[in-house]
Write a protein that binds this ligand. Structure first.
Ligand code: ADP
Ligand code: ASP
Ligand code: MG
Length: 361
């Protein structure tokens, strides 16, 4: 009995209609002889709403209680999907992280999966039930509810696949695969048929939120192939496979990603680049009230095997020709990163995609 882990993200469970479509898809898979195991995110917008509620109470909210609150989004979605399957005549039951002994370590809000017990899932499958797992959540060594970081349900799905010994994990989302750039920002982006683990991990770390970076790391460690697919397509179409392949297999050899979550700080004449979420704790730690925040910063990255120092020089020359201002460029294996003011990020990303990605498609 090889189970198939199918993960559905926020937009894929964003309404009762979408939840019914997920239930139908799971039942169809079961009718075809597959043993589906579902992992779900919170309904789209729900995690932001919950985190906003915690913030609106003011002060610095206790991260442990924020996690208890944030985890309820996935709990509700899992129960609704299980109910929808039952309504269609199927058997299903929901599982929270704690009910699978999904142990984590690391900080609240960004915890890492250590282990989970697949036996309750196997028992449910044996009873003909479709397990529906609440993604994004686990339990710390102290017995507290934890969450895995934004987008972390992908990592829950891969951890479940690993614990069940599955070879494939399907990630259903609102796009039909991984593209050579975020298709909502770069309209000319091309869908990739396959991406290697390493390139995908770099893309995810550099802002391509289509997959949680740790899910890719975990998939590589366990030799699990990911497939990114649209939950909106009515006919079964294949998406993008993420596995040992190289990004260049039948694809443009490069892709772009953008991460806008950075800030510049000038502290006693020293320039510091930080994630925006870390600015306040940094200010407190250096006990410096007068740290001056510069414009918000973004990282625009060109990712792929060909991204080396020679290409970095071409990137610099091209952006200068296009009169696009860059603060700094770094080249390390597999990625060229341009630091730009956030308002220029989109133009830089499109310029890099036009010049360096499209010609190789
Ligand atoms: P889910 O809620 O299903 O987890 P996410 O919003 O986390 O979905 O991820 C899907 C989104 O990722 C897409 O809507 C797309 O805008 C964005 N994205 C960013 N980079 C890429 C890329 N290279 N390929 C595909 N999608 C991307
Ligand atoms: N609901 C969480 C988030 O919005 C986790 C996820 O969607 O994977 O980040
Ligand atoms: Mg996601």
């Amino acid at each position: 009995m090889e189970p198939l882990v199918m993960k559905f993200g926020g937009t894929s469970v964003g309404s009762l209609e979408r939840i019914r479509a997920v239930a139908e898809r799971a039942l169809q898979a079961q009718a075809e002889g597959v043993f589906p195991v579902l992992v779900v995110s919170a309904m789209s917008g729900e995690t932001d709403r919950l985190l906003g509620l915690a913030r609106s109470l003011g002060g610095a909210p206790d991260p442990a209680e924020v996690d208890v609150l944030a985890a309820t989004g996935e709990q509700a979605a899992a129960a609704l999907v299980a109910l929808a399957i039952q309504r269609l005549g199927g058997k299903a039951r929901s599982f929270l992280g704690g009910q699978l002994a999904l142990r984590t370590d690391g900080p609240h809000g960004d915890a890492r999966v250590k282990a989970l017990d697949p036996r309750p899932l196997r028992r449910a499958i044996g009873r003909g039930e479709i397990p529906v797992i609440a993604g994004f959540q686990g339990v710390s060594a102290k017995g507290r509810v934890t969450t895995l970081g934004r987008g972390g349900s992908d990592t829950t799905a891969v951890a479940v696949a690993a614990a069940l010994g599955a070879r494939v994990c399907e990630i259903y989302t609102d796009v039909d695969g991984v593209y050579s750039g975020d298709p909502s920002q770069v309209p000319e982006a091309r869908r990739l048929t396959a991406v290697g683990y390493d390139a995908m991990e770099i893309l995810a770390k550099r802002g391509a939120k289509v997959l949680h970076a740790r899910s890719v790391t975990l998939a590589r460690r366990h030799g699990i192939e990911l497939e990114v697919l649209s939950s909106f397509a009515s006919t079964v179409k294949r998406g993008t496979r993420v596995g040992p392949a190289r990004i260049a297999d039948g694809n443009p050899g490069l892709a772009v990603a953008c991460d806008k979550q950075f800030a510049h700080l000038l502290v006693d004449g020293v320039m510091v680049e930080l994630r925006q979420s870390e600015v306040e704790s940094f200010r407190r730690a250096v006990a410096c009230k007068s740290a001056f925040a510069q414009p918000e910063l973004a990282q625009v990255s060109l990712v792929g095997d060909a991204a080396d120092s020679v290409l970095a020089a071409e990137v610099m020359a091209h952006l200068a020709r296009e009169k696009l201002p860059v603060r700094r460029i770094t080249a390390e294996s597999g990625a060229i990163t341009c630091w730009v003011d956030a308002h220029a990020a989109l133009a830089v990303m499109r310029a890099l995609h036009d010049r360096f990605v499209l010609p190789h498609s």
